[in-house]
Write a protein that binds this ligand. Structure first.
Ligand code: ATP
Length: 231
């Protein structure tokens, strides 16, 4: 618990990362760098030693042992990330115990589609499939020359960064009326390195501007085909 600038109490979110391989390790490192409270757990002593100077606490523990997870007080954590990949049995059992303990939010890493299905069935709130998700993301940005980056929000919605071309050049957002015409929203425009978040309707788009758009994949596809060059 911390006292904020104006005297109020700031309660930091508490995270636990179980499994400190490349994936879990990277999550643990990043959360810690962002100043979050992180409990790092792994059954491998060497991995735990590596994270002792990085995480708030690092402990050697077998996460498939319910009594261990209870004694670590995991039920009080805001978000637990299960980053065990290869040992599917351990990943499933750990996720199940965490949900039974009443952990509010559990994110689990899946090795394959069946693993993902089981994790969802037993109550994982979010399932990540890093290799597949990254593959989709990269494929989406390389199949289209005007797409710079892509972030999947759900299996049907995304945020995409695209380059405006000649078809949009000199037109204002109200001229383009992309929400009515395509069902997508332009949430930000980057021009000469400056970003304008929530642009006004009278803002003009120029060839080469970077647009950040949000919408359903179907609508984004239509927008890309009809409004972007090189599509
Ligand atoms: P990555 O693909 O993220 O690099 P990895 O291949 O290094 O992962 P995984 O088998 O996916 O390793 O497991 C990640 C970590 O989870 C390992 O450090 C492993 O020791 C740990 N781990 C596996 N089972 C358990 C368990 N039951 N309790 C705690 N930690 C575990």
């Amino acid at each position: 618990m911390f006292f904020g600038k104006y005297g109020g109490v700031i309660v930091k979110k508490q995270f636990a990362v179980i499994g400190l391989g490349r994936f879990g390790g990277s999550i643990c490192r990043t959360l810690s760098e962002q100043g979050a409270e992180v409990l790092a757990i792994d059954s491998d002593e060497e991995r735990v030693n590596e994270f002792t100077p990085i995480a708030t606490h690092a402990v050697i523990a077998d996460s498939t042992d319910e009594s261990v997870l209870k004694s670590l007080g995991l039920r009080n954590f805001d978000h637990v990330i299960v980053a065990i990949g290869d040992n599917i049995h351990a990943s499933i059992l750990t996720t199940l115990i965490l949900k039974e303990l009443g952990v509010k939010k559990v994110t689990a890493k899946a090795q394959n589609d069946y693993h993902e299905k089981v994790l969802r069935k037993i109550g994982a709130d979010h399932v990540i499939h890093p290799e597949r998700d990254m593959g989709v993301r990269i494929a989406n940005s390389i199949t289209s020359t005007s797409v710079l980056d892509y972030l999947e929000l759900s299996d049907k919605h995304s945020i995409v960064e695209v380059i405006a071309g000649r078809k949009m050049d000199g037109k204002s957002l109200s001229d383009l009326d992309v929400r009515a015409n395509y069902g997508v929203n332009i949430v930000a425009i980057k021009e000469h390195g400056r970003i304008n978040v929530s642009p006004r309707a009278d803002q003009t788009v120029h060839d080469g501007d970077i647009l950040i758009i949000i919408g359903s994949d179907q609508d984004i596809d239509r927008f890309k085909k009809q409004l972007l060059d090189n599509e």
